[in-house]
Design a protein around this ligand. Structure first.
Ligand code: HEM
Ligand code: HEM
Length: 187
């Protein structure tokens, strides 16, 4: 077990963090525009590698986030840094919102596909044409889930940007080791 004085996240937490961050950014860049119209025009999403990669990376984020939350429950204590109460609180709120978005993004995507009857198309030719559990549930007509999903996609990128700027501020201005805590030890 790590000592209470740990200044870095454990290697597994770091790996989860950076793989997830890269997958989220690439998924965001590949976010399919005008998806509803394309489907209406009869496009098979399996023929569009951007859509297939978007959905595969998005589901990878979901699997990583669930595994990561299980790890957070049992891992060595995360490092803590002395800082003003408001800063501590802001960091907790931003982390909480990022965790929620990491789960809400794939959830709203599945709700969008399931309720509209569009197929889920993944790498390796995996496809799920119908999701009757979602289509027949009360959730299906509760919202335009595709729109909610796109909005949450923009939100996670904005929040992750703010979170990254804060990490860089800690490193450059406060020089307090917050950014290094998520980086592998050098040398
Ligand atoms: C990290 C996770 C994800 C992020 C950041 C993300 C981001 C986005 C963004 C920003 C859009 C809107 C694109 C635009 O209108 O320009 C979008 C659309 C879409 N995404 Fe994702 N997404 C993620 C996960 C997923 C997953 C797991 C799936 C499939 C299971 C998925 C399927 C879709 C679909 C079908 C649309 C089109 C929705 C519509 O317009 O009806 N996404 N995504
Ligand atoms: C989509 C991108 C990102 C997401 C979703 C994300 C999410 C998170 C989450 C959930 C945590 C808590 C980790 C834990 O308890 O194991 C965290 C910590 C951290 N992240 Fe990110 N992150 C992203 C990008 C970045 C970037 C680009 C940087 C640096 C430039 C960064 C720097 C850090 C640092 C230094 C910590 C640990 C310090 C702290 O408590 O804030 N993250 N991040």
């Amino acid at each position: 077990m790590q000592q209470p004085s740990a200044t870095r996240y454990d290697a597994l937490s770091q790996a989860f963090h950076w793989i997830t961050a890269i997958a989220v950014v690439i998924a965001f860049i590949l976010g399919p525009e005008h998806f509803g119209r394309l489907m209406h025009d009869g496009l098979d999403p399996a023929t569009r590698s951007d859509i297939v990669w978007h959905e595969s990376l998005g589901l990878l984020v979901m699997v990583l986030t669930v595994a990561r939350l299980l790890w957070v429950a049992v891992r060595p204590a995360a490092p803590t840094f002395a800082m003003a109460g408001w800063m501590q609180l802001t960091s907790k709120v931003v982390h909480g919102a990022l965790w929620v978005l990491l789960l809400a993004l794939p959830a709203t995507a599945l709700l969008a596909l399931g309720s509209e009857g569009h197929p889920l198309t993944l790498l390796g030719g995996v496809r799920v044409d119908q999701m009757p559990l979602i289509a027949n549930s009360g959730l299906a007509n509760l919202a335009d889930w595709g729109e909610v999903h796109g909005f949450l996609g923009d939100a996670i990128l904005a929040l992750a940007g703010l979170h990254a700027v804060a990490a860089i501020y800690h490193h450059v201005v406060r020089k307090d080791g917050v950014l290094s805590s998520m980086l592998p030890r050098r040398g």
